[in-house]
Design a protein around this ligand. Structure first.
Ligand code: HEM
Length: 526
């Protein structure tokens, strides 16, 4: 008994010491941080700060500034201090060492007027509701089992795409297909079938397709740059550009559409106790949870209709363009590097043969294709500055003071081009990731800060596992199923490589290419 008492007392006293020590340490860090200078950066204009200097391609402007100001750069957007992490080391301090302090998002109009006033997973404050969204998705949508259960959906959609490409061969020989647009519809249909069993891009001019596409394009346009209204409050109040009005309009469209889909689901799907339902899709599961009784202490009875719509909106906007733009860039790079395309085709032929399309089950042992995917994410990260984070408290990073409420941008674009990490950084060279290559150990999952297209730390992309599976399946299928020719007059050397900065980094000029089937005829039958 006496030894038990001694044991408990020792534990209590040591815990007390640890708490006192960590509070003292935090205070010490904070007061130390106040005596440090801010990171270096260019002078800004009164009121607007550096906003006008950003131009239409902020990632390139910041890349250029990183060469003058180094690994940690400071800017001012209106009244907001912005710090930019330009190396893997500095990114690691923000997203690993100080991850908890940077797990919130800064105030912004998209979150307020489009994402249900900060209620969607991408913008909800770090805390119990954020954790609830993450847990719901990681368990019911992105777990290995959930992903395996819906493998057939992704494969069917990719097969439909391949079949469509085979048919266009006869009708449009000299021009070709707009690859990104077609892949976007495919990714969106696979996703919305998993979410609520509907193909939203039914047909090009079908009832849903047109509207969904228009709404998505509007969201992408509105997220296209740093919006001055977010940094200069009186501009927001004046609504001069009509920006907030447009955001509200597209929000209402999504809200109405999702309300209709939910109402249809409520009547069509018989919800049975325990959150399981006859129509086994993600929305049915959420509606089941809303009724309670699933044993999930946070979600049961607390999941509102608004939560469900906010979640679906984020999954839809976050999960389509990111995938399609990566697939389009991969294909562009392969057209520009025919030897690498041939190596990937050879690898896939040896595993899949020529009488069927690729299946996700083939994708485990394909080092060349996996290296192509990594190299595409390195050179063309869809979110070159991630989604902005904010400092909950002032802190010290790399010897500089980062004030409370500073916005953090992680400059993935620059980190992925750092010559200290990557040899010939501007070259498309997947072999760096192959066994024996200089970066063979690097993966995409947030543990190697030099390659973080999905982010890292607590706010790492929620849909990463699906994004990786779908991107790999699509690139593998397009490479294995087709040879690719450019329209008359274009050569790989003259392909336009300009980018447009937006919610994702898109090609300024979409890739149009002619798919030439290379498998047995029956492989494309659906
Ligand atoms: C190629 C595919 C994808 C890429 C490159 C990508 C990239 C990213 C990035 C960079 C972030 C921000 C990380 C940060 O703030 O530090 C993010 C967040 C997020 N992504 Fe993705 N994403 C992809 C696919 C998807 C898919 C398929 C979904 C869902 C269907 C999705 C849903 C989300 C959500 C909900 C967040 C917010 C997470 C949070 O704030 O906690 N993404 N993604």
């Amino acid at each position: 008994m006496a030894s038990l008492l001694l044991f408990i007392t020792t534990i209590l006293i040591s815990s007390l010491f640890i708490i006192i020590f960590s509070i003292a340490n935090q205070k010490n860090n904070k007061s130390k941080a106040h005596h440090l200078s801010l990171p270096p950066g260019p002078r800004g204009w009164p009121i607007i700060g550096n906003l006008l200097q950003l131009g239409t391609k902020p990632h390139e402007t910041l890349h250029a500034l990183s060469k003058t100001y180094g690994p940690l750069l400071r800017l001012r957007f209106g009244s907001v201090t912005v710090v930019v992490a330009n190396t893997a080391d500095v990114a690691s301090q923000f997203l690993r060492t100080l991850d908890a302090n940077f797990s919130n998002r800064p105030p912004n109009s998209i979150a307020e007027h489009f994402a249900y006033n900060y209620q969607s997973p991408a913008f909800v404050p770090y805390g119990p509701r954020w954790r609830m969204f993450r847990r719901l998705c990681t368990t019911h949508l992105f777990s290995t089992k959930a992903l395996d259960d819906l493998r057939h959906v992704r494969e069917e959609e990719v097969a439909l795409l391949a079949c469509k490409f085979v048919q266009t061969k006869d009708t449009n020989t000299s021009v070709g297909v707009e690859v990104g647009k077609e892949v976007d519809a495919c990714a969106a249909n696979a996703l919305t079938r998993a979410l609520f069993k509907r193909r939203v891009f039914e047909e090009e001019n079908g009832p849903d397709g047109g509207e969904f596409k228009k709404a998505l394009e509007e969201v992408l346009k509105l997220s296209a740059a740093f919006n001055v209204e977010d940094f200069i409050p009186f501009l927001k109040a004046l609504n001069v550009r009509g920006f907030v009005t447009r955001l509200k309009k597209v929000h209402h469209w999504y809200d109405d559409t999702l309300t209709k889909i939910m109402e249809e689901h409520k009547t069509k799907t018989k919800i049975v106790s325990g959150g399981e339902s006859e129509g086994k899709d993600f929305l049915s599961m959420l509606l089941g949870l809303k009724k309670g009784g699933n044993g999930d202490e946070v979600a049961d009875n607390k999941l509102t209709d608004t939560d469900i719509k906010a979640l679906l909106t984020d999954l839809f906007t976050g999960g389509t363009d990111t995938t399609s733009s990566t697939v389009e860039w991969a294909l562009v790079e392969l057209i520009r590097h025919p030897d690498i395309l041939t190596a990937a085709q050879k690898e896939l032929d040896s595993i899949v043969g020529r009488s069927r399309l690729v299946s996700e089950l083939d994708l485990n042992n394909i080092p060349v294709l996996q290296a192509i995917i990594k190299e595409t994410f390195r050179l063309h990260p869809p979110a070159p500055l991630l989604i902005p984070h904010t400092a909950s408290e002032a802190c010290e990073v790399a010897g500089y003071h980062v004030p409370q409420a500073a916005t953090l941008l992680v400059n993935v674009w620059t980190i992925c081009r750092d010559p200290n990490v990557w040899s010939s950084p501007l070259e498309f060279d997947p072999s760096r990731f192959l066994p024996g290559g200089k970066n063979a150990e690097v993966d995409l999952k947030g543990s190697h800060l030099e390659l973080i297209p999905f982010g890292a730390g607590r706010r790492i992309c929620l849909g990463m596992r699906l994004g990786l599976r779908m991107t790999t399946l699509l690139v593998a299928s397009l490479v294995h199923g087709f040879d690719w020719a450019l329209p008359d007059g274009l050569t790989p050397e003259t392909l336009n490589m300009d980018v447009e900065f937006g919610l994702t980094l898109e090609r300024s000029v979409p890739l149009v290419a002619r798919p030439i089937p290379r498998l047995a005829h029956e492989a494309y039958e659906v």
